[in-house]
Design a binder for this molecule. Structure first.
Ligand code: MLC
Ligand code: AMP
Length: 504
């Protein structure tokens, strides 16, 4: 088996001076240069003492060097642990305590606030958006490393934290076999090769930007037009020089807002991919009307990488996420009994295959609870497979909000709100939002008297910005059923129109 690092080295050997990273206003970086960066960083990691199995936690801005650090970690047999740049110090405390990394790499601007973490067991180094910092300094002086620590499909490659229903984040442990098998399946399924030029505007600390988009380009020998963030007008400028865009639905909602999006602007593109959250069927259709292109929607999850995809050649159906990728099995089961449901009925989406993660870091009970005895993983999404064979996602069994492609577990936000003075209880829900798909919204009950909604929002600054409620609504009581359970469905109905007029 080859790891993503092995694949990259082979590709770099062939591609040599071909451009891997193209960045507006900055010099291009070739495959050969990237290989040099990876080997220099692998030398630095070895010198620092990162041993096989050690975790390398990374909270840095998007840069080619950050991708090189990912590959270098795989090369030395380490476990890559990328963290959302929005996470605050309190959130980082938890990840570092839980994963016990050997090395934590942060932005130079945060070096002072993380300095206290450094000790015998944990080195703290920096890497900035410009590729500079104390880690880069070490890479310049260390002896570059060419050999890779041998790794098999079962060996651990990465940990991605995903919020938990109990409020505690869970570290999903992904193996080399998970990453390699999924990249290979996607390359074939989407006909992605060295001729492609991918607009890469996603963050690189999640599955979509790192294990789908970047892995595919690194392995195929494609060029990435590498953007620090998504800007619809910039994307339209660049589309003429690209062949593929991968994005969350908000990318498409924002592209559709631009009058410049038309057939001519997109005529050189061969593939638009959407995933990480539901793409509105009306956006899918509007995109086709405007551009003649049919967005290819696929479905995935941190724990499973990509699961299903609409076909490349066949019908890309609005509101459907397609069929299981090669080598992957998907079934729909009854929520109560776990038995497969009849075709066309709604149930839990379960998945099995080489893409499915090993388990949650240090959480054997949580892991066991999400797998069936026959090895199927319970996604927590609700769906149906109809006679046409396409999977359609109809909802979620898990209490989860997806805002602009970021997952927010209400429990974590509710716990933070409930801890504030004067709050009796709260319910956090996702409401339809014209830009973000869903917006995190808090419904709060005061202990007595009234509460200031703005003060509540301001008091939640320990939470990453994308988890903070866009709006806080103060009410006298929450609706409950006879069992005393808060009726979130009713709250979502009552407040459904809250963001209807929101400006994107
Ligand atoms: C940014 N903000 C968000 C937000 N993104 N708030 C809620 N939800 C989000 N997703 C905050 C900013 O901090 C800022 O706060 C304010 O909103 C305005 O920001 P913006 O400039 O409008 O946002 P922008 O930077 O343009 O980002 C929006 C976005 C981005 C949608 C482009 O969030 C994004 O790239 N999302 C992709 C997420 C992703 O990669 N998901 C894949 C997960 S993997 P303030 O305070 O300054 O106003 C996965 C598996 C799979 O799910 O299947 O792929
Ligand atoms: P994450 O845990 O961040 O990886 O998010 C995974 C979740 O995103 C899945 O469990 C789904 O709920 C959701 N998701 C991903 N892709 C799609 C899609 N195409 N349509 C609807 N939901 C999706």
């Amino acid at each position: 088996m080859q790891t993503i690092h092995d694949h990259f080295i082979q590709t770099a050997e062939v591609m040599q001076g071909k451009t891997l990273f193209e960045r507006p206003g900055q010099p291009d970086i070739s495959f050969a240069q990237m290989r040099g960066m990876v080997e220099a960083l692998a030398g630095a990691l070895t010198a620092i003492g990162v041993a096989p199995g050690d975790r390398v936690a990374v909270q840095v801005e998007k840069s080619p060097e950050a991708i090189a650090l990912y590959l270098a970690t795989l090369q030395v047999g380490g476990i890559f642990l990328p963290l959302n740049t929005a996470y605050t110090g309190a959130e980082i405390d938890y990840f570092i305590g839980d994963a016990a990394p050997r090395l934590f790499v942060c932005d130079p601007s945060l070096a002072a606030s993380h300095a206290h973490r450094a000790g015998d067991a944990l080195a703290v180094l920096t890497l900035g958006a410009d590729g500079q910092g104390t880690l880069a300094d070490q890479a310049r002086t260390a002896t570059p490393r060419e050999d890779a620590h041998p790794r098999g499909p079962e060996d651990r490659a990465a940990i991605l934290y995903t919020s938990g229903t109990t409020g505690r984040s869970k570290g999903a442990v992904l193996t080399h076999g998970n990453l390699t098998s999924n990249t290979e399946a996607l390359l074939e399924h989407w006909r992605f090769d060295a001729n492609d030029r991918l607009i890469h505007a996603l963050p690189i600390f999640h599955t979509h930007g790192l294990f789908v988009a970047a892995n595919m380009a690194l392995v195929a020998g494609a060029t990435m037009i590498f953007l620090t963030k998504f800007d619809a007008e910039q994307a339209i400028d660049l589309i003429a020089r690209a062949t593929v865009l991968m994005g969350v639905p908000t990318f498409y909602t924002r592209l559709l807002k631009s009058p410049r999006l038309d057939r001519e602007a997109t005529s050189g593109m061969r593939l638009f991919v959407s995933g990480s959250a539901p793409l509105l069927a009306e956006d899918h259709r509007a995109f086709t009307d405007r551009t003649g292109q049919r967005i290819l929607e696929r479905y995935g999850m941190t724990e499973t990488c990509m699961i299903t995809s609409n076909p490349y050649d066949g019908d890309r159906i609005a509101g459907a996420v397609g069929m299981a990728l090669p080598g992957i099995q998907v079934r729909i089961t009854d929520r109560e009994t776990g038995d497969p449901v009849a075709p066309g009925e709604i149930g839990l989406i379960e998945v099995k295959g080489p893409n499915v993660f090993e388990g949650y870091w240090n959480m054997p009970e949580k892991t066991a609870a999400e797998f069936r005895p026959d090895g199927f993983f319970i996604t927590g999404d609700l769906g149906t497979i109809e006679a046409d064979g396409y999977l359609r996602i109809v909802g979620r069994d898990k209490d989860l909000v997806i805002s602009g492609g970021y997952n927010v577990y209400p429990k974590e936000v509710e716990e933070a709100i409930d801890a504030l003075p004067g709050v009796l209880e709260s319910a956090v829900i996702g409401l339809p939002h014209p830009d973000l798909g869903e917006a995190v919204t808090a419904i709060v009950v005061p202990k007595s008297g009234t509460l200031d909604a703005d003060q509540i929002r301001a008091a939640l600054s320990d939470l990453a910005r994308f988890k903070q409620p866009r709006q806080v609504i103060v009410v006298d009581a929450l609706p409950r059923n006879v069992m005393g359970k808060v009726q979130k469905a009713e709250l979502r109905k009552t407040h459904a129109g809250l963001y209807a007029q929101a400006l994107a």
